[in-house]
Design a protein around this ligand. Structure first.
Ligand SMILES: [Zn+2]
Length: 510
């Protein structure tokens, strides 16, 4: 996704920001004195330094949206945030960049607010002390028309709206602590005119009808990152079927398309059962596909309800094995990326590497497309991916000129290649134990690359730090264990291979 850098913070704020260690749980500095101008803050993510805010931990979001029926008009919205402060705060910074704020209350009292960069800076009547519980209520609009220089947040569909907030655009939709390290529970209350259906992450908690509209409520049973929020509004049919051990599977499709899409939807329970064999029990209360009538150029693993372009399933030209592999990719993210969230965006390879791994493994086991062939091709290209996007464990920051942002081949097949090397090194049984330990140990939490290296060493019974660091951070791809014949492709070979791939099939990002 495109990324717009925020204005640089004044010097004073920068100095204070440095004092706040990245994602440190205990911040003891008083962040900004109340008499200084409001400044945007961040938690110092290596790729998005201004995302997130120090000094508090969000426990719960309660989001209310009122939709007029036209997806070009701003929605009326109320965002209620329950948070616990982790520092003394004169001000509370939220990320919010694309709506009009009408009023802000902190613990029921009106609070002053100002915009600074992409932050909404709130000055409560009374400053907050470390360890306080606080409730912040923001009345605002939420604009579904993207700013000119930025995509994502709301996605306008043929019949309404969907959401695609990854990586750094949830704060175009609602005020939040927009970093995956601060996961929280979500409640959604979506009011839509009669004839439209609203669906969001988690399970439904009732529909209240009033006049010519209805308010649909959904709650998430597990903590979720802001980037994974999903709200679908449209002329939709909601389909239900049982998954493994009674898991409710729920899909959202455009009205009248049920029969055409059913052959694809019917595959989900089997895919969940397959993933459970590999990665342990499915981590959430429900799963399903949101097939949106939109052209996004990507599919997205929004928690419990993955977003897909309907055209992926209806347009001829996409081979069945390929469509299924993308379904498995987004499903695998529910374990890798959603239940276990990255600690920083530099840990993105843990999301995309694992999702690509299971995508490729599914194709090997069900469509006879050998994983080793795909990994050998990746090995050939890996050095060039590292040069252009950085090694998998240290991706380069997004550039404004590049719409792909941080979602480059180095964190997809380039990172799956790291997992392949690890499996070659420690053997299949240890690798499979590691995968299941990873998803159970960090379930509903955050984990970093260092956590993965540590658990890999623990599982294998020997120190793999040197081995994995070379694979994750070196400028050149290390030799592949057990595959001495694998070689990096020359620049000329790579150029040809890339062209062939591009011509063979348009490949949406995922
Ligand atoms: Zn993915």
């Amino acid at each position: 996704m495109p990324h717009t850098p925020r204005p640089a913070a004044p010097r004073r704020a920068r100095r204070r920001l440095r004092a706040v260690a990245l994602l440190a749980p205990a911040v003891t500095v008083c962040l900004v004195a109340a008499d200084t101008p409001p400044v945007p803050l961040g938690i110092g993510d290596p790729l998005f330094p201004h995302l997130g805010n120090p000094g508090y931990d969000v426990m719960a979001y309660d989001l209310s949206f009122t939709y007029s029926g036209k997806n070009t008009e701003p929605l009326k919205a109320v965002t209620v945030i329950d948070a616990r402060t982790t520092a003394d705060l004169d001000r509370i910074n939220l990320d919010f960049a694309h709506g009009t704020v009408g009023s802000v209350e902190v613990d029921g009292e009106p609070a002053r607010f100002a915009t600074a960069g992409e932050d909404l800076v709130i000055t409560p009547e009374k400053s907050l002390e470390k360890g306080d519980r606080t409730r912040i209520t923001v009345r605002h609009t939420s604009d579904p028309v993207s700013p000119e220089d930025r995509q994502g947040g709301w996605v306008r569909t043929a019949d309404g709206l969907a959401m695609a907030n990854q990586a750094d655009v949830a704060h175009l939709v609602f005020p939040c602590n927009d970093h995956p390290s601060d996961k929280a529970r979500f409640t959604f209350r979506v009011t839509v005119p009669d004839g439209l259906t609203a669906v969001a992450n988690g399970l439904p908690d009732g529909v209240r009808r009033a006049g010519t509209s209805a308010t649909w409520t959904y709650r998430s049973a597990h903590p979720m990152a802001t980037e994974l929020a999903q709200v679908s509004i449209g002329r939709s049919t909601v389909l239900h079927r049982p998954g493994p051990h009674g898991l409710p599977v729920r899909d959202v499709v455009p009205e009248g398309q049920e029969a055409a899409l059913e052959p694809w939807l019917a595959k989900t329970p089997g895919q969940i059962a397959w993933m459970e064999e590999k990665a342990g029990r499915y981590p959430f209360e429900t799963y399903g596909l949101l097939m949106a009538d939109a052209t996004t150029g990507f599919e997205l693993e929004t928690q419990t309800l993955s977003l897909f372009e309907k055209g992926l399933f209806t347009e001829p030209g996409y081979p069945a094995w390929y469509v299924e592999s993308l379904m498995v990719h987004e499903l695998a993210h529910q374990w890798f990326g959603n239940s276990v969230s990255p600690r920083s965006w530099s840990d993105l390879w843990l999301n995309e590497g694992h999702a690509t791994w299971y995508e490729a493994l599914w194709s090997e086991e069900t469509a006879g497309r050998p994983l080793a062939d795909r990994m050998k091709a990746a090995y050939g290209a890996s050095d060039q991916w590292r040069t252009s996007g950085g090694p998998p464990g240290a991706p380069k920051p997004p550039s404004t000129a590049n719409k792909i942002g941080i979602f480059r081949a180095n964190v997809y097949d380039g990172a799956a290649l790291v997992l392949y090397a690890l499996r070659q090194e420690i053997g299949g049984p240890a690798f499979e134990r590691l995968e299941r330990s990873w998803t159970s140990r960090h379930r509903d939490g955050n984990a970093s690359t260092a956590d993965f290296v540590r658990l890999a060493s623990e599982t294998a019974g020997r120190d793999l730090t040197g081995f994995l660091h070379a694979w994750l951070y070196d400028a050149k791809t290390p030799p592949m264990p057990g595959r001495p014949d694998w070689k990096p492709a020359s620049a000329a070979q790579e150029a040809t291979a890339t062209t062939d791939k591009a011509l063979a099939a348009p490949v949406p990002a995922r």
